[in-house]
Unconditional design. Structure first.
Lengths: 210, 210
């Protein structure tokens, strides 16, 4: 598969949506889909879809469309979902437990391998069959098990210190739910700001004619 | 304040970040900030910041910068945070409760006014001091209290039916956490796909040199 070398983040952020919609089509027994049909489903234009997929070498045939299962599998490979990396959850409060329970990490390229919290009353309870460990165990765990991703569900005040400590322990990427922007040049970061999403809704509801 | 008429979603999505960073500066006692300083904080360029704020009439003075508190207040007004709309939470499972507890809706333009679930064992428990109500009460509540936003933390299978029912009850906007894309032309929707964010991380970690 030919592949262009620089792919924009905008294209990359659309890939998970393609992947999900193709999975839906597979469940419905659809085997072939045109770029026009995909476009209608996704609310994009057919030419944008063709352009996006062409970044990865293109998969469709003129006048024939895409084979749903094949395209789903190829996008999964591009997303790296067939190659599991170890992840840890730091912060097992309401949000941390909800994120861990809500999402199947294994379907998205990660193995959730340990959960940490500093609250004594949580230690020993379980999240997705994983025991919640004391933060005292974090260093040894990371040095022996080498997890690559940390999911951060901790208070804002604690975030900056924990992030640099986790980096020193070999964590390369952060999925950050704390109300704190991680801005690191030498790490991969997804900041999930739920509050920003809510404020965007506020704007859109209060300026309905734009 | 002069205001250009069409403002792109990209600009709108940056406003909450400006708002948060300005709040941080206020907490640190900073009263004035240049577009260069803001740019460094936010990881944007100074000219992009000036362009964004010019969409709303511009607030800074050449060579003087922005007054932090004033700009914070103005952006808050643009986001509509001073004008509360009623919101309901539908689905008080792990994720629903975590979202309600994690976020201060009042600081983001909404008043969380009721919580609904269909599970008998949850009815009567509380989330943020609100009793969890039976779904049987939903229609009467909406018809008498006229909430405008529904926060959906329900299983994918239930989402399509509930969305159209909520629309018929006058709900105008959806903050959707279910694994289902709401695509409605006559409603305002923010789909929060945590799984997509995780798959994006998978891509970025497995193609580190892009």
């Amino acid at each position: 598969m030919a592949r262009s070398t620089t792919i924009s983040m905008a294209v990359i952020r659309r890939l998970p949506r393609y992947y999900r919609f193709l999975e839906e089509l597979m469940k419905k027994g659809v085997t072939r889909v045109s770029s026009n049909e995909l476009a209608t489903l996704l609310g994009l234009t057919a030419s944008q879809i063709r352009q996006d997929l062409n970044c990865f070498g293109g998969f469709g045939q003129q006048g024939y469309g895409y084979l749903v299962e094949q395209l789903h599998e190829e996008i999964g490979k591009i997303l790296g979902l067939n190659h599991m990396l170890d992840a840890i959850l730091v912060g097992a409060g309401n949000l941390g437990r909800a994120v861990a329970n809500h999402l199947d990490f294994g379907k998205r390229g990660f193995r959730l391998s340990a959960v940490f919290d500093h609250a004594p009353e949580l230690i020993g309870k379980t999240v997705r069959d994983l025991p919640i460990r004391s933060m005292d165990e974090l260093d040894v765990f990371c040095r022996t098990q080498h997890p690559r991703l940390a999911v951060l569900c901790i208070p804002k005040e604690a975030a900056a210190d924990i992030v640099s400590h986790l980096q020193s322990l070999g964590i390369q990427a952060f999925w950050n739910f704390s109300h704190y922007d991680i801005t690191l040049e030498d790490a991969i970061v997804e900041n999930v700001h739920l509050g920003d999403s809510l404020m965007t809704l506020s704007y859109r509801m209060k300026h309905p004619n734009e």
